[in-house]
Design a protein around this ligand. Structure first.
Ligand SMILES: Cc1cc2nc3c(=O)[nH]c(=O)nc-3n(C[C@H](O)[C@H](O)[C@H](O)COP(=O)(O)OP(=O)(O)OC[C@H]3O[C@@H](n4cnc5c(N)ncnc54)[C@H](O)[C@@H]3O)c2cc1C
Ligand code: SF4
Length: 840
């Protein structure tokens, strides 16, 4: 007869333990019942950071959906909270009034967010003040996202892994975030002070403010939070507080049921509670040899031992060596063992490059690696982890532990890695499991990732996973068709997607999802690309749904690193007038714009503008936007040309103005920058623009395409030489339309032109070999006619709250402000402290 196995908790430890039990044939030994107080199946909590940032959809984080329980004969009771264990009668009582008998009980109740003692944080009924949240569950994440959309300024309490992830996620909703960290450096649990300082550089570069040594003592607000007060009396105004100050094991159930509890439920090496051999504890609620683990890798080891134990073997758990390899707010961080030397003869090798946010250190004792920290550069981590775990021999020249020196690599190649090497720490996947998945038929990297879950946590192991899959699959390796999808949420390449959209006359992003996404499921990562495509395809009929846009497009301004915006009025072809200059100066003065700067695209940038000032400023300017944001046609740089220049062969300024007038604001897969030069001296830098035009002898004009001079540098290809400015407009427009219709989402012309091939593009847009030129011209004309000045919205917000007023005391901006007299290191600049708009 089968024994009754009851599992309390339906989180990561519980799910993994039951999976391991099933793998060991446990379905024949047990009738399994699982209780979870969350109303969901078992999900990957690690991925909540990605859900918060919008990179992952909720539906994508489930480890086991409801059918898994059914298929494996497991009874899932959720949401039911177990309130008592009667270990003498061997039953557990649920808050639904149920009593469930067991022969073997596993407690896997995990932890909850720790809310540090702060005055005002709890309401009299014990619930948290409105606007104050922990970050632990799907429900917390949903609520944070909801509030982030409504509010402007968030404070995150805690500068550890979770706090930084929360801060990054909040920022992606356009919220200004400040992290308050009680310790002297970030991630002080895993990093030493220098490593923490490097991480700080990288985090601040993302535009997240950080206050160290900041102990929060109170939150303010009657119905809803209005601020946080620090120990030194500083008040930080905010309208959302996420507390990520640590976790506490969920042990109430064990305490009230009479089990030994210290920081967690005390267990022995078999994972059994010290009070009852039939009651086990696993995961973050368990305390083993004094340790309570807060990361999944040790929990997977516990789950394996417990499953072996329950299915008949005498496995033992002896504790875990904690290694961390994570992406924290986009920054690679790895740490293992101790973070600082402990003995006089410990070797301590350190490399630090704070400006680049790179820090690496290793600690060696008796020729063995006993600690390592890497921030910003984790290339050597695979080897360091091996050396740490297995005591591999270390290179004589210690610097070889931090860098590849061009000598024979100390790092083992993929085939040398032992099968039990843990590749994905988040999901506990070994090299052997990856190789097995390939042998079982998975021949693409995504298929192996789906089947093993490797790479689906923080994502930092993806490159090693790819190498192992490539090695294991050899010539059988296949490319995933998803790589060719235009957006990840819809399984169609761009041409097929466009055909389906046209045939089914789909005018909005939600209509596209409903008709073409598997199960009609919406995918956050696909929305911006679809918005752009639909605008391109339906200039008149497109139905705008505002969550399909990035913050810049929602408020028609460029969000800056400190959360303020920059306002760039249009100056066609870089030409301006006295009236325009006067208006801009008046507006800059009236709104006390902290910095006025000329852009590389020949316009005037008013920097440091708070969101709530945008509509009023634009109304006072009464000028169109220069599109300094967004994936669209932006600007035409011109030289003075034949009007004034001694060398000028053509009127580059007039042509630049005409081009900008025609194509202003049109949507495209990537940004499009243009230039027109009056002669081959190229003062407008036409050869490094997406489309560049150069006047040559005989009144003719050369048109170059696919140039770039940003992160990627490429000289444009000469497409054709034409006789008139009108032909420049036609051919440029035709190329632009061809690019709009055929480029992948976010593919700039410098990638598009080589991918399609210059000859092919020339055939289509110049020789009209496919007979599509007239259609391309017509569709471009339709788009030009459909142009509306989006700044009309500046005067009438399209949705309530589009330009919602920020809190009055936001410290603005954090970038240094200079005036014209400031030289590098000079003395004359207006400093942050002297700017009247800023807080000290
Ligand atoms: C946002 C976030 C990011 C993270 N990132 C990482 C990371 O990058 N790397 C890493 O290693 N770890 C990370 N972690 C930690 C990791 O998620 C945890 O270590 C892991 O989830 C712990 O598993 P567990 O099963 O012990 O607890 P949980 O997953 O919390 O599961 C416990 C479950 O039991 C339920 N429960 C509690 N009491 C009862 C009761 N009485 N009756 C019924 N059900 C009950 C709880 O509600 C919960 O659903 C992260 C955690 C969070 C929140
Ligand atoms: S590109 Fe030629 S025409 Fe234009 S400013 Fe330079 S030299 Fe003069």
């Amino acid at each position: 007869m089968k024994r009754r196995l009851v599992v309390v908790g339906n989180g990561m430890a519980a799910g993994r333990t039951v999976e391991e039990i099933l793998e060991r044939g446990g379905a024949d030994q047990f009738d399994i019942t699982m209780f979870g107080d969350e109303p969901y199946g078992n999900y990957n909590r690690i991925m909540l950071s990605h859900v918060l940032s919008g990179e992952e959809d909720e539906s994508g984080i489930f480890l086991n959906d409801l059918s898994w329980y059914e298929e494996n004969g497991i009874t899932l009771r959720a949401p039911v909270r177990i309130t008592r264990i009667d270990r003498f009668a061997k039953v557990v009582d649920g808050d639904d009034g149920s009593s469930t008998p067991y022969d073997v009980l596993v407690v896997a109740t995990g932890s909850r967010s720790f809310i540090p003692p702060m005055e005002g944080v709890f309401r009299p009924d014990g619930s948290l003040l409105d606007g104050v949240l922990g970050f632990r569950s799907i429900d917390d994440t949903r609520e944070i996202v909801r509030l982030a959309r409504l509010h402007e300024k968030a404070v995150v309490i805690g500068g550890g892994l979770l706090g930084l992830e929360a801060a990054r996620g909040l920022q992606s909703h356009g919220v200004h975030v400040e992290v308050l960290h009680a310790a002297g450096h970030l991630m002080n649990q895993q990093l030493d002070a220098a490593g923490g300082a490097c991480l700080l550089t990288s985090v601040e570069a993302l535009g997240i403010d950080v206050r160290l040594n900041a102990r929060s003592t109170a939150v303010t607000g009657d119905d809803h939070v209005t601020g946080v007060i620090l120990k030194d009396g500083t008040e930080i105004p905010c309208d959302l507080v996420v507390v990520a100050a640590g976790i506490r094991a969920n042990t109430d159930l064990a305490v009230t049921s009479g089990f030994s509890v210290e920081r967690g439920i005390v267990v022995d090496d078999s994972m059994a509670t010290v009070d009852d051999p039939d009651v086990f504890a696993v995961g973050e609620c368990a305390q083993h040899r004094g340790e309570v683990y807060g990361l999944v890798a040790p929990i997977w080891e516990q789950a394996r031992v417990l499953a072996s134990r329950l299915t008949g073997s005498d496995a033992e758990y002896h504790g875990s060596r904690v290694t961390t390899k994570l992406k924290v707010a986009g920054v690679d961080v790895a740490s293992m063992g101790i973070t600082a030397p402990e003995r006089d003869d410990d070797e301590f090798v350190v490399f630090s490059e704070p400006r680049r946010g790179v820090y690496k250190s290793v600690i060696i004792r008796d020729d063995r690696l006993i600690g390592a920290t890497c921030v910003g550069d984790v290339k050597k981590v695979a080897f360091l982890l091996q050396a740490f775990d297995r005591g591999l021999p270390l290179p004589e020249e210690r610097v070889g532990l931090l860098f590849d020196l061009g000598t024979a690599a100390a790092e083992p190649s993929v085939d040398e890695l032992p099968d039990d090497t843990q590749v994905c720490n988040c999901n506990g996947v070994s090299k052997g499991a990856l190789v097995k998945a390939v042998a079982d038929g998975c021949k693409t990297v995504p298929a192996v990732m789906d089947c093993t879950r490797a790479g689906k946590g923080c994502g930092s192991c993806k490159s090693l996973v790819t190498k192992i899959v490539e090695w294991a699959a050899g010539d059988d390796m296949r490319v995933d068709p998803a790589e060719h999808y235009y957006v990840p949420g819809i399984p169609l390449a761009k041409p097929e997607l466009m055909t389906a959209i046209t045939e089914q006359r789909l005018y909005s992003v939600s209509a596209v999802f409903a008709a073409l996404a598997p199960g009609g499921t919406e995918d956050a990562k696909s929305k911006m690309g679809l918005t752009s495509l639909l605008r391109t395809m339906w200039p008149q009929e497109f139905v705008d749904e505002r969550d399909g846009r990035f913050i810049n497009d929602r408020v028609h301004a460029n969000i800056q690193r400190d959360g303020t915006f920059s306002v760039v009025p249009q100056m066609k072809g870089g030409v301006t007038s006295v009236e325009q200059l006067r208006t801009i100066a008046d507006v800059a003065e009236k709104y006390r714009v902290p910095m006025i700067k000329l852009t590389g695209g020949q316009r005037i940038d008013l920097l440091g503008v708070p969101k709530e000032d945008l509509p009023k400023m634009w109304a006072d300017l009464d000028m169109p936007s220069g599109y300094a944001y967004g994936k669209s046609f932006r600007t035409v740089k011109t030289c003075v040309g034949s009007d004034f220049c001694r060398f000028g062969l053509g009127d580059s300024t007039a042509l630049g103005v005409a081009i900008e007038t025609r194509f202003q604001g049109i949507e495209s897969p990537g940004k499009v920058k243009m230039a027109v030069s009056g002669c081959p001296r190229n003062c407008a830098e036409s050869l490094v623009k997406d489309i560049g035009v150069v006047a040559v002898e005989g009144g003719r004009w050369e048109i170059y395409i696919g140039g770039a001079a940003g992160a990627h540098i490429r000289k444009g290809d000469l497409l054709v030489t034409v006789d008139t400015p009108e032909e420049v407009l036609t051919i440029s427009g035709r190329f632009l339309q061809y690019y709009r219709e055929n480029a992948k989402w976010l593919e700039r012309t410098y990638a598009f032109v080589p991918r399609i091939g210059l000859e092919r593009i020339r055939d289509v847009v110049v020789a009209d070999s496919d007979g599509m030129a007239a259609d391309l011209d017509a569709r471009m004309q339709q788009t030009v006619e459909g142009y509306r000045d989006p700044w009309k919205e500046g005067r009438e917000p399209a949705v309530p709250g589009q330009f919602r007023t920020a809190l009055p005391l936001i410290s603005l901006p954090q970038v240094p402000v200079r005036d014209g007299s400031t030289a590098l290191g000079g003395r004359a600049g207006r400093s942050v402290a002297t700017d009247p708009r800023r807080l000290p």
